[in-house]
Design a protein around this ligand. Structure first.
Ligand code: BES
Ligand code: MN
Ligand code: ZN
Length: 491
């Protein structure tokens, strides 16, 4: 894991392998941003003009690398574009993109605008998240070490503390990315539960794990139904964090399908090869609980990881089977590929028993989310407008795209079943993301505030890396959940 520290020295004198500086874009070409002033002088004031000659305009995401020929202590200079007026997310992305371009370099220093503690935190966090690599399965010499040591140049008051916070947040996200990227042969429900148990012991979280027998005896028909086709049985993990001064309790519920083949309602191969990422919701909940505990936030938090593997076999559930949820409601399983809602209905009903002030479930729930909002914007639905706005706001502050979506009442009748209390699929395709939310809402007891985050797109980056986001598992929504805990903290 990459380390970060602060240094308030003049960046020209910092002993490092590469110095990252920011440039803003403007009508007259790139201009040095805060943090880059002394550097421009060290290069005789001609740095911006040389960069412009190379075609660098200072637009967000633009990068240029230059040898420094001894003009400053660092042998390499990395100019990164910040656009015309970067916000905190702009700083995170620029830091991430610059550090990501330096794989194979041991040490880098970031002299980006960091005049306030908030800005210093953004630079540190973006840099740490950009330094991610997942190559534990590589033997072919393609391994490239991410930057090991980052230095954030800042003299801001309180910057030491925020660097520490950035390190905790980055560690939580990294934990999630690693889990998402791990192949499903090495991350089945029991293995995930074991990893959570170990992390809980290290961070002082409470942990309870229900195995398949306990789930069956406990009436968790959704987890059992979805998991029964696999030789790797389901688990329900409950992680808990308490603080003596806390007055609020948050409950997070994550969809943890360690592999989603669709079950007997089998997916086509092209939709299946990335379904190791279908545990990203449980990943985010796990990462958030670890982060909340490390930060010692004055709030109580419980996290439920609803873990199962959705496979077809002679023991798999069949389309038209009726299962009984933990809440007691019966569900007709019309499509075994709509399995996320079946494990979440058990998790949500169980979470309600903790009498939380708010339940938030997180899931890679529907392809319809990607149709509606694309790859980078998660959908937020809720049974309370203020709760929905709070979640959208927390996501925005974390730089994680999220947008509020409705739960239209008229969609409920599409889920009527001729044999059970509710069906897991509506007959038509349209509004599939909302129908899934309407289904889940049925399992939230009256009077309990609840929000649902569908992040089917944002959880996994099938395209090229961008900003601080790598290819593969992104760790999306982990920081949003931690932000929600901060917003519920006492004192
Ligand atoms: N895990 C999938 C949803 C998904 C799709 C996540 C693409 C990430 C990327 C989910 O279990 C699923 O299969 N949903 C079905 C629901 C349908 C059968 C109602 C879908 O979206 O097609
Ligand atoms: Mn599915
Ligand atoms: Zn799924």
């Amino acid at each position: 894991m990459t380390t970060v520290r602060l240094n308030s020295a003049d960046p020209v004198s910092i002993d490092t392998d590469a110095l990252i500086v920011g440039f803003r874009s403007g009508q007259d070409g790139p201009s040095p941003a805060a943090g880059a002033e002394t550097l421009d002088t060290a290069f005789g004031g001609g740095l911006a003009a040389s960069l412009a000659a190379l075609g660098f305009g200072g637009k967000p995401g633009e990068l240029a690398k230059l040898p420094t020929f001894g003009s400053i202590a660092a042998p390499v200079l990395v100019a990164v574009g910040l656009g015309d007026s970067p916000d905190l997310e702009g700083l995170r992305r620029a830091a991430g993109a610059a550090v990501r371009s330096l794989t194979g370099t041991a040490r880098a220093a970031l002299a980006l605008p960091a005049g306030t503690a908030e800005e210093a935190e953004a630079v540190a966090l973006g840099g740490l998240l950009g330094a991610y690599a997942f190559d534990r399965y590589r033997t072919d010499g393609e391994r490239k070490e991410p930057v090991a040591e980052l230095t954030v140049v800042s003299g801001a008051e309180g910057a030491e503390q925020v660097a520490e916070r950035a390190a905790v947040l980055a560690e939580a996200v990294t934990l999630v990315r690693d889990l998402v990227n791990t192949p499903p042969s090495d991350l089945n429900p029991a293995k995930f539960a074991e990893i959570a148990e170990r992390a809980a012991a290290e961070t002082g979280l409470g942990v309870e794990i229900l195995d398949e027998k306990q789930l069956k005896d406990g009436g968790y028909g959704g987890l059992i139904g979805v998991g029964q086709g696999s030789a790797n049985p389901p688990r329900l993990v409950r992680l808990s964090y308490t603080h003596p001064e806390a007055s609020k309790t948050l409950a997070f519920v994550g969809k943890g399908i360690t592999f989603d083949s669709g079950g007997l309602s089998l997916k086509p191969s092209a939709s299946m090869d990335w379904m190791k990422s279908d545990m990203s919701g449980a990943g985010a909940v796990f990462g958030a609980l670890v982060g909340i505990a490390r930060l010692g936030l004055p709030v109580n938090a419980v996290g439920y990881l609803c873990l199962a593997e959705n496979l077809p076999s002679g023991t798999a559930q069949r389309p038209s089977d009726v299962i009984r949820s933990y809440s007691g409601k019966t569900v007709e399983v019309l499509d075994t590929d709509a399995e996320g809602r079946l494990v979440l209905m058990d998790g949500i009903a169980r979470a309600a028993e903790d009498s939380p002030d708010l339940i938030v479930d997180v899931a890679t729930l529907t392809g319809a989310q990607i149709v509606a909002l694309g790859w980078r914007t998660a959908a937020v639905m809720a049974n309370d407008d203020a709760v929905r706005e709070l979640v959208v706001e927390a996501a925005g502050a974390a730089g994680e795209g999220a947008w509020g979506m409705p739960l239209p009442e008229e969609l409920r009748k599409g889920l009527d079943s001729p044999v059970a209390d509710i069906a897991n699929l509506q007959p038509e395709r349209w509004g599939g993301m909302l129908a899934a939310g309407v289904f889940l809402k049925e399992f939230v007891p009256d009077g309990v505030r609840w929000a649902h985050i569908d992040m089917a797109g944002p959880a996994f980056n099938k395209g090229e890396p961008y900003g601080y986001v790598p290819k593969g598992g992104t760790g999306a929504i982990t920081r949003t959940l931690i932000g929600l805990a901060e917003r519920h903290a006492s004192i």
